[in-house]
Design a protein around this ligand. Structure first.
Ligand code: F6P
Length: 548
């Protein structure tokens, strides 16, 4: 791949941006009433509208030139061929194999992984069904009512987000809980609500060493042993990890241990046995529908031409704003309360994958990488940070996600929700000019002096870009599709930025320092002079105040 060609493509985009001048999105719609027709893609279940962007046919052509210059298609082929695209850890990134329901082989680093994937999936789904229908029983022979997932990062965010998103599909007799934080309040508050005698704990950790998960699991184990007896531990715990050897010491029965593989990154692991809590909740059949959604998008991503390829378009729009316009943030706003954790899920997916500052050869990157991702469900956030989105100095491109139909019978609520979603993208795009504000205030008979003082505060600059993802209903399959769209978007951006999207060395330093600090915090007599003055000062202050 010629990085020189990428630089040329970026330069062409920068020149094009200058040529666009002040042309706004609303102007583009005025000039071309067919714009929506040309700038949306309909997949079977999701419509992706990208017409409300600072984008013309020329922009799109230049962005596609950029994708070609970065060799997106060849790199995509390498990803799907199971080549070791995670170069610093010498691993493939083959999470797509976990959702491969086609019966065809898929390879990671040269060998067909499907036999082991299918065997593990069958085992996990059989266990999930047995817990769900009561065949797997508690120590006292009752049915499990509560499932607690211990995990953090990718071992928590995926199942926690999906369990909330798919709440209508969760069996009525089961309640799912997710405990991630090492803050004892997380476990403590959850334990208070639990009937321990009918609770199943799932320890999810790829490495089976993560401080938070191991601490929470050990505390819960102790509580179970105290309350129900040591023998109950084997009946009330199961585990998911790639390090099966580490699990035995915890006392988990070997038939309740579920594996996955090094070629599955933590933030891509929802499709693996890490999805056990979700599979128990929604059942194996719906879990496979969820996998099918992921597979749908793999098929689309690998076969659709770049100009109609939704993850590619999402990625290119992101690069356009991040690298050419210099917009440093990106909001994801689901108008779907049950998708409340989706922005947090995407924060890990996008920022842990692409929050990098060296390229594949270890040199400083030549282009800015991942923006800051944030979001909350609409309409709530309209009454919070949307002020900044409409009138702030920062331009924040937005992804709106909305279902056409409510998942229940709440039609009126849903019509209001839907109207608000469309209103926000419309308002961001069209804005309201000073002339318009003035005319409206004049119509209210406001004195000229008062109008002059107030009008500037009521102006909306507009021309603020957004995409809309429209789906009929939030089903397991649609959720699988949405997640996979973003996964592949992240991959394409990583290719353009020439970074490794599959490692996360940036999380290591803090873990290491916490390991050194923990014994110092635990022993008030230990010396602090090896720390920087701020850290030492904070420890000293905490010790002083702790005495009071
Ligand atoms: O599943 P594990 O090994 O407990 O790791 C949890 C999370 O921690 C991280 O390694 C970051 O610290 C994530 O990438 C991962 O999803």
């Amino acid at each position: 791949m010629a990085r020189g060609e990428v630089a040329q493509a970026m330069a062409a985009l920068a020149a094009h941006r200058t040529e666009m001048g002040g042309q706004g999105i609303a102007d583009l719609f005025r000039d071309d009433p067919q714009r929506f027709e040309r700038f949306h893609v309909e997949l079977d279940d999701i419509l992706f509208d990208f017409s409300k962007h600072r984008l013309t046919e020329t922009t799109l052509r230049l962005l596609l030139d950029l994708a070609r210059a970065a060799d997106v298609e060849a790199r995509r082929a390498a990803l799907f061929a199971g080549e070791p695209v995670n170069t610093t850890e010498h691993r493939a990134a083959m999470h797509m194999a976990l959702r491969n329901l086609s019966g065809k082989p898929m390879f990671a680093e040269g060998h067909d992984v499907m036999p082991e994937v299918l065997a593990e999936r069958r085992k996990m789904e059989a266990f999930a069904e047995a817990v769900r229908n009561g065949d797997v029983k508690t120590a006292s022979g009752a049915r499990f009512t509560d499932i607690v997932n211990f995990g953090i990062g990718g071992s928590d965010l995926g199942p926690a987000m999906a369990a909330r998103a798919l709440a209508p599909f969760i069996a009525d007799h089961l309640t799912l809980h997710f405990v991630a934080n090492v803050d004892g309040a997380d476990l403590g508050d959850t334990l208070k609500t639990l009937p321990l005698e009918t609770t199943l704990f799932i320890i999810c950790s790829k490495t089976f060493t993560t401080l938070e998960t191991m601490t929470n699991a050990a505390t819960a184990r102790q509580r179970v042993a105290e309350a129900l007896g040591e023998a109950a531990v084997a009946e009330h715990f199961c585990a998911v990890s790639t390090h099966l050897d580490k699990i035995a010491a915890f006392g988990v029965r070997s038939d309740r241990v579920f594996g996955f593989w090094d070629w599955v990154g933590g933030r891509y692991s929802i499709w693996s046995s890490i999805g056990l809590s979700l599979a128990i909740g929604i059942g194996a059949e719906k879990f496979e529908k969820f996998l099918l959604g992921g597979q749908d998008i793999d098929a689309h991503f690998t076969s659709a031409p770049l100009e109609r390829n939704v993850p590619v378009l999402m990625a290119l729009l992101g690069v356009w704003y991040r690298n050419v316009w210099g917009f440093a943030t990106h909001a994801v706003i689901p108008y779907d309360e049950r998708m409340a954790r989706f922005p947090a899920y995407l924060q890990q997916l996008e920022m842990e994958s692409n929050g990098k500052s060296v390229d594949l050869s270890g040199e400083p990157v030549s282009l800015a990488t991942a923006p800051v991702i944030f979001g909350e469900p609409g309409t709530n956030c309209q009454h919070a940070f949307f002020q900044l989105l409409h009138q702030g100095v920062e331009i924040v491109p937005v992804d709106f996600l909305v279902a056409i139909q409510p998942s229940g019978a709440d039609l009126l609520h849903h019509q209001l929700l839907f109207a608000n979603c469309l209103a926000q993208s419309q308002a961001l795009m069209q804005g309201r000019s000073l002339a318009e504000v003035t005319r409206r205030l004049e119509a209210e008979n406001m004195p000229a002096e008062a109008i002059a003082a107030l009008a500037p505060h009521k102006v909306f600059a507009g021309n603020r870009p957004s995409s809309t993802f429209l789906y009929k209903r939030l089903s397991p399959r649609v959720l699988g599709q949405l997640i996979a769209l973003y996964e592949h978007k992240v991959f394409v951006q990583g290719v353009i930025w020439n970074i490794n999207s599959f490692d996360q060395w940036g999380v290591e330093l803090g873990k290491e320092l916490a390991g050194k600090l923990a014994p110092i915090i635990a022993d008030p007599a230990s010396p602090t002079d090896s720390f920087d003055p701020s850290t030492a000062g904070l420890i000293a202050a905490a010790r002083r105040r702790n005495k009071g």
